[in-house]
Ligand binder design. Structure first.
Ligand SMILES: *Cc1c(COP(=O)(O)O)cnc(C)c1O
Length: 362
């Protein structure tokens, strides 16, 4: 079985670390001797308590967070967060600021507008097809928050350093780069990530919210859409996505114990990305689509000389055991998603394939 697994460059749901998949398989029928599968136990059991508390504690340790943050698991993916953030965290009479760097930011902005919030898009890279991270913007000190997307999964751009918003809390969609590098959590009021890119299977968003932000949550919104509901009950107000949280807990343990933390993970991620970007820079055949100073370490987007060659590239790569290289349907081209779980070995195999494909077709 393992022998026929391919190198998985899918954008999401995406690769998971092989040792994690093996562990799931090994303990799937009888979780830690309890006589049941982890999918069959109560979310109120001691076994599940250990799982969810372990995931919360590891998140705090990996990101060097203090106790001034809640770590929550909420269903509805990153997309529900687009809606919950303005609903819970805007402030009467004050604007909410957004930076627009692509498809996902655009969707986040739309959800705030639907709710009639005073949305200001203070910067955008739409003028150049979202191929770069904006540098010129000024944050209104009166803004309730500043929202940005740390990694633009579709366009292949990433904030290498985060915006400085002074005392205005930052809010970031980190769906496709959470846990890929260390950063200072203190300027953030809220961080969220759909699990299925970098930390687990689909079915939950990891939401990290600074405790003082919860004072903003209005009383008159539905129970299941309030952050306070999740914070007060450790994400256990109702049945949470138990299996997803279990897998996340294993991925976080792998990050801590096998990889050795986010500093180490970042070094590996930089090495992986450099393998592909160095090749793209040396080649007249492959053309990167993101501005070099805005390139993502997670999603490497590139074009070939023709759409025909791109289609053949994706097809032949798959024959060589390299899957998921087609660009997003909205932009075309090719994309290699090289999240944490994609090994240096996998990226090296892709680089070698790219060299060979250029030699044959260039
Ligand atoms: C995939 C993705 C989303 C959408 O996530 P869902 O969990 O499917 O709602 C949002 N933002 C970013 C940056 C993404 O990569």
């Amino acid at each position: 079985m393992e022998a026929s697994r391919i190198h998985n460059f899918n954008p999401g749901p995406a690769a998971l670390p092989l040792p994690v998949l093996e562990e799931i398989r090994n303990e799937f029928l009888n979780y830690k001797g309890c006589g049941m599968s982890v999918t069959e136990i109560s979310h109120r059991s001691k076994w599940f308590d250990e799982i969810i508390n372990g995931a919360v504690e590891r998140t705090k340790r990996l990101l060097h967070m203090g106790d001034d943050f809640h770590v929550l698991f909420i269903q509805g993916g990153a997309s529900l967060q687009f809606c919950m953030i303005p609903m819970n965290l805007s402030l009467p009479g004050r604007p909410v600021d957004y930076i627009n760097t692509g498809t996902w930011s655009t969707k986040a902005i739309k959800e705030a507008q639907i709710q009639g919030k005073d949305v200001r898009v203070i910067a955008s890279s739409e003028d150049a097809n979202f191929s770069y991270i904006p540098k010129d913007y000024s944050v209104d000190p009166d803004a309730a928050y500043l929202h940005f997307t740390s990694n633009n999964t579709i366009k292949g751009t990433q904030w290498s350093t985060f915006p400085d918003a002074g005392d205005v809390p930052l809010i970031s969609d980190m769906s496709s780069d959470i846990m890929s590098r260390p950063f200072d959590v203190r300027p953030f009021g809220l961080i969220y990530a759909g699990a299925q890119k970098n930390i687990g299977p689909a079915g939950a968003a990891l939401v990290i919210v600074r405790k003082d932000m919860l004072e903003r949550v209005p009383g008159d919104i539905p129970t299941m859409l309030k952050y306070t509901t999740f914070a007060e009950k450790n994400s256990l107000f109702n049945t949470p996505p138990c299996f997803v949280i279990y897998v996340i807990s294993l991925v976080l343990r792998w990050l801590e114990e096998t990889i050795g933390g986010l500093e180490k993970m970042e070094q590996i991620n930089k090495q992986k990305a450099a393998l592909l970007y160095d090749l793209i820079d040396q080649s007249d055949f492959y053309r990167g689509t993101a501005a070099p100073d805005s390139r993502s370490l997670m999603n490497v987007t590139f074009r070939l000389p023709s759409e025909d060659l791109e289609a053949r590239f994706v097809e032949e790569a798959l024959k060589e055991g390299l899957g998921g290289l087609k660009g997003h349907r909205s932009v075309g081209g090719c994309r290699a998603s090289i999240y944490n779980a994609v090994s240096l070995e996998a990226v090296t195999a892709l680089r070698d394939f790219m060299v060979e494909f250029e030699r044959k077709n260039g």
